[in-house]
Design a protein around this ligand. Structure first.
Ligand code: GLA
Length: 395
């Protein structure tokens, strides 16, 4: 009897400990940089090292962007012991040395693999090698694994991702598991306890000037897909609307601000993919807006809800915050300015009692207090842009 009790107490302690690790791993949405959106297949260790240095010198690390993630195309094959091998031409020093370099700069190191037999770019996947791969990553000091879904040969998604999460758990090394399954099998319904974040959509697209398509369309369609998924996000488990395209493709300044603001409203992982070697200070200013980041990182971890849609193009989004206040985003999907008069009184406007309670109103992009919830406002939201406000309970 005693042995049984002891067995169950050990089991309880182990699972409580595993739970504690899982909870602390991403209690707020992870922030960092990933190679795919700017470099695609064209990566090598010199580029990654340069980005690591720039993450520090530009102040991005200190603004909270701690993960530096290498996406697809770092791997070429397996050795005689089936261990994954890095591309010797592009990563001659090996992934362990790169991880050390990244760690020495106060950053965390992320890597990419795939639950299928091959990655999306045709490199070796982890199917059948999950335990060897997880052990290898742990040995290298990997902190984050983005795990893709190409070439899965009809596998069961939940099982496939569970196997990798178990393989990671067995290493005893904390590695964030980013489920990159594009929302095909509703990972928000089963991802909790398996990974810390899950993609909810096909790839976000950045489009270059001259293409007959506007990149913002992809952003708007992802925003629509995020709308009903708010119940599934929270500390340790994040809906992932994909990596930021801020600064890429043909997005205007207002569109970049809109994109970043909405990702912060969503409590989305903020993993950007901008080429920092030729950074525009205006883009860096967007990425390091600490007031917007504070909304993303708010410890309540609520995903914004669309409170109202007026007509086809005008939306009001509200995100509850830990201090008893809220973030508010007026989103204009139209290609012309949206001008309207606004007051906060009553409960109907944003689902908060703004008659009984007084809140100060701060503009997150102007960085200034613009009044309180007793005032009347005339807002002008630029085409494809936002006005983002923070309401804080008045003293
Ligand atoms: C998929 C993912 C992308 C990227 C590529 C790499 O398309 O969704 O984010 O990782 O694979 O091949």
């Amino acid at each position: 009897m005693k042995i049984i009790i002891l067995f169950f107490s050990i089991l309880a302690a182990v699972s409580a400990n595993a739970q504690a690790v899982a909870d602390t791993l991403c209690s707020t949405p992870p922030m960092g940089w990933n190679s795919w959106n700017c470099f695609h297949r064209d990566i090598d260790e010199d580029k990654i090292k340069e980005i690591a240095d720039l993450m520090v010198s530009t102040g991005l690390r200190d603004a909270g962007y701690t993960y530096l993630n290498v996406d697809d195309c770092w791997q070429t094959g397996r050795d005689n012991s089936f261990r994954i091998v890095a591309d010797e031409k592009k990563f001659p020093s090996g992934m362990k040395a790169l991880a050390d370099y990244v760690h020495a700069r106060g950053l965390k190191f992320g890597i990419y693999s795939c639950a299928g037999t091959k990655t999306c770019a045709g490199r070796p996947g982890s199917r059948g090698y999950e335990y060897i791969d997880a052990a290898t990553y742990a040995e290298w000091g990997v902190d984050f694994l983005k795990y893709d879904w190409c070439n899965n040969n009809g596998a069961n998604a939940r099982e496939a991702y569970y196997i990798m999460s178990d393989a990671i758990r067995q290493t005893g090394h904390p590695i964030v598991l980013s489920i990159c399954e594009w929302g095909d099998n509703k990972p928000w319904e089963w991802g909790q306890g398996i990974g810390q974040m899950w993609r909810i959509s096909p790839d976000i697209v950045a489009v270059c000037e001259g293409d007959n398509y506007w990149g913002g369309a992809s952003i708007f369609s992802i925003i629509d897909r995020m709308a009903p998924l708010w119940p599934y996000s929270g500390p340790g488990n994040w809906n992932d609307p994909d990596m930021l395209q801020v600064g890429n493709g043909d997005l205007t300044y207002d569109e970049n601000v809109m994109h970043f603001s909405m990702w912060c409203m969503f409590s989305a992982p903020l993993i950007f993919g901008y080429d920092l070697r030729s950074a525009d200070p205006k883009i860096l200013e967007i990425l390091t807006n600490r007031e917007a980041i504070a909304i993303d990182q708010d410890r309540l971890g609520k995903q914004a809800m669309m409170f109202e849609r007026t007509g086809k193009y005008h939306e009001t989004w509200v995100k509850e915050l830990a201090d008893g206040g809220a973030a508010l985003c007026f989103l204009n999907k139209d290609d012309k300015e949206w001008v309207f008069d606004y007051h906060f009184w009553g409960f109907d406007n944003i689902g908060m009692d703004c008659t009984g309670n007084l809140y100060t109103v701060r503009d997150i992009w102007k960085h200034k207090n613009i009044g309180d919830t007793k005032d009347r406002y005339r807002f002008k939201v630029p085409a494809h842009g936002v006005i983002m406000l923070r309401l804080t309970p008045a003293e």
